[in-house]
Design a protein around this ligand. Structure first.
Ligand code: SF4
Length: 469
């Protein structure tokens, strides 16, 4: 005992991250950030100060401890937590309630830290890399049903029921015949039981399908109703879609959002606009992968002064059949024509619609009839479609051609936070159910990632000094 320091403070060195956590949280205006119970009620026992519980959570997420029961245990045995909470020992219910009740406020705390890093000039604020990943929800894939799965099950159940009914009728007929002959007939006693079981399952699936018709959704999850079955190649099963906008200068997260949209299409402009707001810039460049390629989104980026770099996916029926891709046809904007690989002119002929856009088809039937490249191009005559507002995509393609390295910058920048969050921070699955709760959880995860990164860049002392300015 004589060898041990006398004060808890002696165990916590000047470069210990808990010293920054304390300074950072104490510097926040928690009421303005949306935390509840910031001021103690006049009656009853005063509750825990939200600042203390927020410190506990920031510490926990920074140290791979996310469950309320484990955080409670840390408050009893971990000298850093004992120092941070000044010997307070909240129970796990209080800890869990705090995260649930204040779920929306964590996003503001994340933003406050981005602003702090901005003051330290840790954000380049010139180029953001956007990407999405999927994180598993608290919902087994057996408890998720798509419209297709439900319809298939109901159809198969109907067929099975029809077969059972037929066998039941045949059994009745045989029984009747046997009793007429004076012999003893035998019916399948278990058949009625089987019919009841299949009928029960069918009714439950039909009720789920009716629910989908009522809500207009494509799938339903029973444990976490907001979670969605993600694309198969993600291997996540049922989960959430996490969007990150990462500043390429130091790979810090400028903006993060969780949604339950299965695809990334349409998420580029909203993610970057939110990041611009936090970074305090009027214009910025943004790079994303092919999954974000959507003309409406690219147009929205241009309108918001976002210079987007998104490579065009090579897809479409012509590509699927092994014919020339559209990229092999050159558009001449002055003449409003396409030049095909055989050097022929395709002119606008047919005007139609593609979603909300006007679509124009460019053709030259006569040239195709006599073309020596026809086998590599089309089965009859080639039609090249162009959207009325497609010039926005041409401008983006020209930018990408002039700056192909930007795609490598994207990969290098987004892989770091995703790798760190999933591998180092063990965030392979969410602990909570429902979208709003999961958003709160991920705000803490992204905050912890940024703190860890900023400590590497400027150290604990540098961060504490910035808080106290
Ligand atoms: S088939 Fe028609 S569009 Fe294709 S290369 Fe020949 S002329 Fe051009």
């Amino acid at each position: 005992m004589l060898l041990l320091p006398e004060a808890v403070d002696d165990y916590v060195g000047p470069d210990n991250p808990v010293r920054f956590i304390e300074a950072f949280v104490d510097g926040l205006d928690l009421a303005a950030s949306g935390f509840v119970r910031v001021a103690a009620k006049e009656t009853g026992r005063p509750g825990y100060d939200p600042a203390d519980l927020l410190k506990l959570y920031v510490y926990g997420y920074l140290n791979r401890v996310r469950s309320s029961r484990r955080l409670e245990a840390e408050a009893h045995r971990n000298i850093e937590v004992i120092w941070l909470l000044r010997h307070l020992k909240p129970d796990f219910r209080t800890i869990a309630d705090f995260r649930r009740v204040n779920r929306a406020a964590f996003k503001q705390v994340f933003r406050e830290f981005v602003i702090l890093c901005r003051q330290l000039d840790l954000f380049g604020r010139e180029l953001l890399a956007v990407d999405g990943t999927r994180i598993k929800a608290v919902n087994n894939k057996d408890r998720n049903f798509t419209r297709g799965v439900l319809t298939k099950f109901i159809n198969e159940a109907d067929e099975k029921l029809a077969d059972y009914m037929k066998r039941l009728d045949e059994g009745d007929a045989q029984e009747e015949k046997a009793s007429n002959n004076g012999s003893c007939g035998r019916s399948d006693g278990k058949l009625a039981e089987k019919i009841a079981a299949v009928q029960g399952k069918r009714d439950r699936h039909k009720a789920l399908l009716d629910e989908l018709d009522r809500t207009g959704e494509d799938q339903i999850s029973l444990t976490d109703p907001d979670a969605r079955a993600m694309a198969r190649m993600t291997k996540v099963g049922v989960g959430y879609n996490i969007q990150l906008a990462v500043d390429v200068k130091h790979k810090l997260i400028a903006e993060q959002e969780v949604c339950n949209q299965v695809l990334d299409m349409g998420l580029l402009a909203p993610t970057i606009e939110a990041a611009m707001d936090t970074l305090g810039v009027d214009r910025i460049e943004a790079v994303a992968d092919r999954g974000y390629f959507k003309i409406e989104d690219i147009e929205a980026c241009e309108k918001a002064d976002i210079t987007a770099y998104v490579p065009k996916p090579i897809r479409g029926p012509a590509v699927a059949e092994g014919f020339f891709s559209k990229e092999e046809f050159r558009y001449e904007p002055d003449k409003d024509i396409y030049l095909c690989p055989a050097g022929q002119v395709l002119s606008p002929r047919h005007f139609g619609k593609s979603r909300d856009n006007v679509k124009i088809d460019y053709v030259n039937r006569d040239a195709c009839k006599a073309c020596h490249l026809r086998e590599r191009c089309t089965k009859s005559f080639r039609r090249v479609s162009r959207l009325e507002n497609e010039a926005v995509l041409d401008r983006m393609a020209a930018r990408l051609a002039a700056q192909p390295d930007v795609l490598d910058q994207r990969r290098e920048s987004v892989e770091h936070p995703f790798g760190t969050i999933k591998q180092w921070m063990y965030q392979g699955a969410f602990l909570m159910r429902r979208l709003e709760n999961v958003r709160g959880e991920f705000s803490l995860t992204a905050l912890a990632y940024n703190i860890k990164r900023a400590i590497t860049l400027v150290g604990v002392a540098g961060l504490i000094a910035a808080v106290r300015v």
